[in-house]
Design a binder for this molecule. Structure first.
Ligand SMILES: Cc1cc2nc3c(=O)[nH]c(=O)nc-3n(C[C@H](O)[C@H](O)[C@H](O)COP(=O)(O)O)c2cc1C
Length: 363
C-alpha cells in the first residue's frame, strides 16, 4: 500500500524522464541495504515469509520459497545481498555477455502504468564476464540459489556464439548454481535465431562439454544448465527447442522472455523492444501449459511473465516448478515477494494442499 500510493508516485515522478534512473536509484538503495549486515537482516526479517510448506528441492538445490527474481534487474550481480533481503527464494542475475558492452542508447526502458507493463530495449548492457566474475569472487554473493543468465555479445557473429557463451560460462562457473542460455531477448540483433536447432545444439553441446571438464577440475557437481525461451515461438519452433534440449540433456527450461507483440497493451505506442508485465500473462501461461504437457515432468520448468499476484503465481505453479517476477516488483514494490508467498499459503489452505509441490498438475 505505502509503496503503491507513496513511494511509486514519487519514484515515477522524480525519474519520469528516464525510468532507468529510477532503476539505478533502487539498485543504489538495495546496495546500501545489502552492505549493512544489520540492516539487511532487519529488512529480511520483515520481508521474508517462511513456511516449510513452501520449501522445494529442485535441480538438487534447496529453495526456501518458489518466488525468484527474474534476469535483467541485477545485470552485473552487484546487489545480490540486497535482493536476498527482500525474501526471494532464488535470484537470477545477468544477462552477462562475454565482452563489456554499453547496450542500446538511452532511453531504453518505457513504463505503461495503466497496464502495469514495461517495454525495454536494453540490448544487454554488461560489465563483461571477466569483470563480473572478478566482482562476484570478491563479494559475499547470496546464500540462496543463484542463477546466472548468459547472452551473446552484440559484436560476436552468430556462428561464433557458442564460443561466446562458453567463455562466460567458464569465467563465472564458480559463482553460480545454475546457468541460463538466454537465446530469447528481442533486443540483440539475430539473438533469437539461436533458438533454431543447429545453433542451439551447438551452444548446449559446447557448454555441456565445458561443464563436465570444469566439474572434474574443481571436484564439484556439474552446474545446472537451463534454456530461456521466447513467448513468440510457434508450436513447431517450441517442439524443435524441446527436441534439442532433450537430445543434449538440458536440465530445465525458463519461459518466457519479453514479447515483441503488443497484445494486451491498451496504450498505443511505437516504442520498439520487448514487452513484459500484465499484458504478457496470457502468452506466458499458454506457453507454460504447452511446455508442461510436452515435458511431462521430465525436467523442471521456471515460469515467468505477467505474474503480478498470488493467484497468478498459483495458476503458474500448476504447470511449473518455480516462478520469477520482474515487472510486478516495479509496480507493486518489494512487499510483493512476501504477498505472493503468503497468498500461496492461503490458497493452499483453501484447496487442502499440504505442500507446494502438490499444486503441480499430473503433467
Ligand atoms: C528492463 C528489463 C530488462 C530485462 N533484461 C533481461 C535480461 O537481461 N535477460 C533476460 O533473460 N531477461 C530480461 N528481461 C526479461 C525478464 O527476465 C522477464 O522474462 C520478463 O520481464 C517477463 O517477466 P515479468 O512480466 O514479470 O516482467 C528483462 C525485462 C525487463 C523489463
Amino acid at each position: 500500500m505505502i509503496y503503491r500510493w507513496m513511494v511509486r508516485p514519487i519514484l515515477f515522478k522524480l525519474f519520469r524522464k528516464d525510468p532507468e534512473d529510477a532503476h539505478e536509484a533502487v539498485l543504489a538503495l538495495l546496495s546500501f541495504v545489502g552492505n549493512q549486515r544489520w540492516l539487511a537482516k532487519l529488512v529480511a526479517q520483515c520481508a521474508t515469509f517462511e513456511d516449510p510448506a513452501l520449501e522445494r528441492e529442485i535441480f538438487g538445490l534447496k529453495f526456501r520459497n518458489p518466488v525468484g527474481l527474474a534476469a535483467g534487474f541485477d545485470k552485473n550481480g552487484v546487489v545480490l545481498r540486497g535482493f536476498q533481503s527482500l525474501g526471494f527464494g532464488f535470484l537470477e542475475m545477468g544477462t552477462v555477455t562475454r565482452f563489456e558492452q554499453p547496450g542500446n542508447p538511452q532511453p531504453r526502458i518505457f513504463r505503461f502504468p495503466e497496464d502495469e507493463a514495461i517495454i525495454n530495449r536494453m540490448g544487454f548492457p554488461s560489465a563483461g564476464a571477466d569483470t563480473v566474475s572478478w566482482h562476484l569472487r570478491r563479494t559475499a554473493g547470496s546464500d540462496i540459489p543463484l542463477g546466472i543468465s548468459l547472452g551473446k555479445s552484440k559484436n560476436t557473429p552468430l556462428e561464433m556464439a557458442a564460443m561466446d557463451y562458453c567463455y562466460s560460462f567458464r569465467q563465472l562457473y564458480l559463482c553460480g548454481d545454475y546457468f541460463v542460455i538466454n537465446v530469447s531477448s528481442p533486443n540483440t540483433p539475430g539473438l533469437r535465431k539461436l533458438q533454431e536447432k543447429a545453433h542451439l545444439k551447438d551452444i548446449i553441446s559446447f557448454l555441456k562439454k565445458e561443464n563436465k571438464a570444469l566439474a572434474e577440475l574443481t571436484k564439484q557437481k556439474p552446474k545446472k544448465i537451463l534454456v530461456k525461451i521466447s513467448p513468440d515461438l510457434g508450436l513447431d519452433e517450441i517442439d524443435d527447442v524441446l527436441e534439442v534440449c532433450f537430445d543434449c540433456g538440458v536440465d530445465g527450461l525458463i519461459a518466457v522472455n519479453t514479447t515483441v507483440t503488443r497484445d494486451g497493451l491498451t496504450v498505443p505506442t511505437t516504442e520498439e523492444g520487448g514487452l513484459s508485465g500484465r499484458p504478457l500473462w496470457k502468452k506466458a501461461l499458454t506457453t507454460i501449459v504447452y511446455l508442461s504437457i510436452k515435458i511431462n515432468k521430465k525436467i523442471p520448468i521456471i515460469a515467468v511473465g505477467g505474474i503480478s499476484n498470488a493467484a497468478r503465481a498459483y495458476e503458474m505453479l500448476k504447470y511449473a516448478d518455480l516462478i520469477q517476477i520482474y515487472s510486478a516488483l516495479v509496480y507493486k514494490g518489494p512487499a510483493i515477494v512476501h504477498q505472493i508467498n503468503e497468498g500461496l499459503k492461503d490458497l493452499m489452505i483453501r484447496d487442502g494442499v499440504k505442500h507446494i509441490s502438490e499444486i503441480r498438475h499430473g503433467r
